[in-house]
Design a protein around this ligand. Structure first.
Ligand code: CS2
Length: 510
């Protein structure tokens, strides 16, 4: 019988020629950093950059991959000795490569101890993380630690048995302080604005409550650089796993699929040594802010817009939504007219070309990014993707008619998932329950719905929520999105934008 082999160190030498393999001596790779949250994105991004670096300049930078939330890693990556196939796909083109930079995996879903043992170890000089936006337990509108968060309440009462990211990291730093005192760099790779600052805020706020000078020790011995990370790498499907078996003849339970494009801009602010990822194409800069705004407002802003409006137009994936003639005109005009003027100059990047490149990436039909996946946790995403550019437009006195539509799109997405509106689709968002309760109480009146949602000050800054132009634009789009013709919101905002532009050009001609 012909049994299909599973990927693992023994198969490395016998991989088909079409699959690239690590070119360094993996057996002598020692762990030097840990990563929290080993999902598709990490496997397509930081782990690949590290694999590139190890091939160029071998060093002690093996990764220990830790999951504190499902899925478990032992039966997949663990069984494969940390090896996995990374596919990059663009329409019909596939490129396959086995990545070797993860040397060990640790499951810490049931107890924090396995994670703490790694994070507190003197061998670990750096911790990178992709724990999703909500993993930071911060208040989206302010960036402060959410002291009302159930996991934070739990962790402050049980600091030895933490379950939140801030609780686990603070505990690890506390253990480092008493055991060996070595410094640590903590590098957030999530799409939250000023991610390093937010990470530092939540850890410091937690440590201050622990007392005993811990917060001061952390301030002197840990660094929290910010970073902009980019590569589209959707949740892996059974079909992705099967395709490796079909194309290359071996089984891999930890495949990751991404687009060819990747980018990583990291603030130079480290507590000690860090990998020379710049050799592998990452950029070290003094200030990440312009890069971060560009990426979150343009690429992520487009994704959230296409996702929330795409779902309502019955479209499954990003590439379906961007192929829709109305949505494609809408998203380009929104980015060019309203978002771009809010951006600061970005060294080496031409903004219009960046918009075109981003929209081009979203057309890739081999990247099957579901609109529902992107719409997940929208409450944690809209501040940096939509509300911050809206705030900047309002300050400049420029129009926000288009950017307000996806904000209403996020509201409608959660409202339509409520019992009162017939549970149109299942949703996952920390604010889903709150919005469903508002929908149940308020009913169909768009003005009342918008008012109640805009009053959630942990998402909407009160100054923004009080702005009449913003309120009117969101309310009118929400009314249409909840009607039988949801795309009327998109059409009408484009028409109004056209009229306003004509008016402006007539005025400037006078
Ligand atoms: C996506 C991101 O799910 C989402 O929210 O918008 O994961 C996006 O694909 C990445 O930020 C691209 O770098």
């Amino acid at each position: 019988m012909n049994t299909i082999e599973t990927l693992g160190p023994r198969l490395l030498e016998r991989l088909p020629a079409a699959v690239q393999r690590p070119s360094y001596d993996r057996a002598s790779l020692a762990p030097g950093m840990a990563h929290l949250g080993v999902g598709a994105f990490h496997r397509c991004h930081q782990a690949e950059y590290t694999d590139d670096l190890l091939a160029l300049q071998f060093d002690r930078w093996g990764i220990v991959g830790i999951n504190i939330r499902p899925p478990t890693l032992a039966d997949t990556l663990g069984r494969q000795g940390g090896l996995y196939t990374r596919l990059t796909r663009e329409n019909d083109h596939v490129e396959a490569r086995v990545i070797g930079s993860i040397v060990k995996v640790v499951d810490s879903q049931d107890s924090p101890d396995p994670a703490l043992a790694v994070l507190a170890s003197p061998d670990i000089e750096l911790v990178t993380m992709t724990v999703t936006e909500k993993g930071y337990c911060h208040i989206p509108s302010t960036g402060a630690l959410d002291l009302g968060h159930p996991d934070i309440i739990h962790d402050l009462a049980n600091p030895d048995a933490p379950r939140s990211v801030p609780g686990i990291l603070t505990r690890a730093l506390e253990q480092r302080r008493v055991t060996h005192g070595r410094k640590l760099t903590l590098l957030s790779c999530d799409n939250i604005p000023t991610n390093g600052v937010i990470l530092e805020n939540v850890v410091r706020a937690f440590a201050e409550r622990r007392g005993d000078g811990l917060a001061d020790w952390i301030a002197a011995n840990a660094a929290f650089p910010s970073a902009m990370v980019d590569r589209i790498a959707p949740a892996v499907t059974q079909d992705d796993l099967d395709s490796v078996e079909r194309w290359f003849g071996y089984r891999d339970t930890a495949v990751a699929v991404g687009e060819p494009f990747r980018q990583w801009v990291i603030e130079q602010k480290f507590a000690g040594r860090i990998p020379s990822w710049d050799l592998a194409g990452a950029t070290f800069v003094d200030d990440v802010t312009p890069f971060e705004h560009l990426k979150m407002r343009v690429l992520n802003g487009a994704q959230t817009t296409l996702a929330t409006l795409g779902v309502q137009a019955g479209l499954e994936h990003t590439f379906d939504a961007v192929a829709d003639p109305l949505l494609s005109v809408f998203v380009r005009r929104m980015l060019v007219e309203e978002t771009l003027p809010t951006l600061m100059p970005v060294p080496g990047i031409e903004p219009l070309a960046y918009v075109e490149q981003s929209l081009g990436r979203l057309k890739n039909t081999a990247i099957r990014h579901r609109n529902h996946q992107i719409a997940t946790d929208g409450s944690q995403k809209i501040v940096q993707r939509l509300l911050n550019p809206i705030r900047d437009c309002l300050e400049r006195g420029t129009s926000i008619g288009l950017l307000s539509v996806p904000v209403a799109g996020w509201m409608a997405y959660l409202i339509l998932a409520s019992a009162r509106f017939g549970k149109r689709w299942p949703v996952s968002d920390p604010y889903a329950g709150r919005i469903a309760a508002i929908a149940d109480e308020t009913g169909r009146d768009a003005q009342a719905l918008a008012s109640a949602i805009l009053a959630i000050d942990t998402i909407f800054d009160p100054g923004l929520a009080a702005n009449e132009i913003f309120r009117a634009a969101v309310t009118s789009a929400l009314g249409e999105l909840l009607s039988d013709d949801p795309m009327a919101a998109v059409r009408h905002s484009l028409e109004q934008d056209q009229v306003a532009r004509l008016k402006r050009s007539k005025q400037s001609a006078l």
